[in-house]
Design a protein around this ligand. Structure first.
Ligand SMILES: [Zn+2]
Length: 342
């Protein structure tokens, strides 16, 4: 079968489309014929060797994929050949306090597909049943892979910050893949959604994705923008994928008792936060973003029941994975970049 691997860390050019041995499903494993694969920023960090995660070379990237079951190993129940399925990225230890408390996304020994373990940039993968979920009727493999970013958004907005209908949520980095998923999910949950981005062109795309309002933080004062859109009250929740100055300004635009769900910090990892303001206005900060298998199943079920997919920028053949990485590094895209094996 074909896979995209790299033998040394480096730029997109190290990605090599090559023949590798096809996997066989071992005991408790499902063999998946992959149809569609998600490209993530993590893939670039792993390829460059800057992820800080243990990676054995040659390495196959990829944390997300969907397709159909091609074979099942011994002791597998609940999956049959031909079932449409998607991968679940994380592997937890199963025995620590977090795992036994039903919070495997907080396991300190968590492993990620395509980082700690060989990933999905290939035509077939054998995975333990714990890392495979069935697709609900009516959801295609492409529709499933397009849904993945709704899972960290769901973990933050539904499970952790409990966004309520009628509340106002401001989404930083709303032009990115997780941010645009939070815009779509926020609307689905009945909230008023304010998308925050760095250009008018991105703001227009975010409104097309469903945001009620947008704020271009490069050209205007973000705090004032959030206060103006809420009659001076401030927003109830900030969903932050950016960190940096946008996070600081968005916190100042929170209502009393407001909360912040932190999902990323690509725009600035160290930020000054006024602790007195935090105490005085009873603000709460949550760290979110790593989803569980039940959350992924909830997202896929909601998608099949009508939840819209976040935007897709483009779909490229697996053989052009290097081109997909160049596109992601260019930042000249809006929505997800997907790969197909067909
Ligand atoms: Zn654990």
């Amino acid at each position: 079968m074909k896979a995209v691997q790299f033998d040394r860390f480096g730029g997109p050019e190290v990605l090599t489309y090559r023949d590798v041995a096809a996997p066989e499903p071992g005991p408790g494993e499902v063999l998946i014929d992959i149809a569609c694969i998600g490209v993530n920023h993590l893939d670039i960090d792993v390829r460059e060797g800057v992820s800080g995660l243990p990676v054995a070379l040659p390495h196959t990237l990829g944390t997300e994929a969907a397709g159909t079951v091609a074979d099942v190993g011994p002791e597998v129940t609940g999956f049959s050949v031909g079932d449409p399925v998607a991968t679940y990225a994380f592997r937890s230890c199963g025995v620590c306090d977090a795992c036994t408390a039903g919070r495997p996304n907080l396991c300190a020994r968590i492993g990620t597909l395509g980082a700690h373990d060989p990933g999905t940039y290939c035509q077939r993968i054998a995975l333990p049943v714990a890392r495979v979920v069935k697709l609900p009727d009516g959801l295609s493999p492409v529709g499933a892979v397009a849904s993945y970013k709704l899972a960290p958004a769901w973990e933050a907005l539904v499970d952790t910050a409990a966004l309520q209908p009628g509340e106002t949520v401001a989404v930083t980095g709303a032009g990115g893949s997780v941010g645009s998923a939070a815009v779509v999910l926020g609307k689905h949950l009945g909230a008023r959604v304010i998308g925050i981005a760095s250009s008018d062109a991105r703001c227009a795309r975010i409104e097309e994705a469903g945001a009620d309002h947008t704020v271009n933080y490069r050209d205007s004062d973000l705090t004032e923008g959030l206060l103006a859109l809420t009659d001076g009250k401030g927003v109830d929740l900030v969903f932050d994928v950016a960190g940096g100055d946008a996070l600081v300004a968005a916190i100042k635009g929170l209502a009393w008792g407001g909360r912040v769900a932190l999902v990323g910090a690509h725009a600035g990892e160290v930020v000054p936060i006024d602790m007195i303001d935090l105490f005085r206005r009873h603000l709460t900060i949550f760290r979110c973003g790593r989803y569980t298998r039940p959350i992924l199943e909830s997202v896929l079920a909601a998608r099949a029941a009508g939840l819209a997919a976040p935007p897709i920028h483009t779909t490229l053949p697996l053989a052009e994975a290097a081109e997909a990485h160049r596109l992601m590094e260019s930042r000249a895209f809006f929505g997800r970049i997907l790969l197909t094996t067909q």
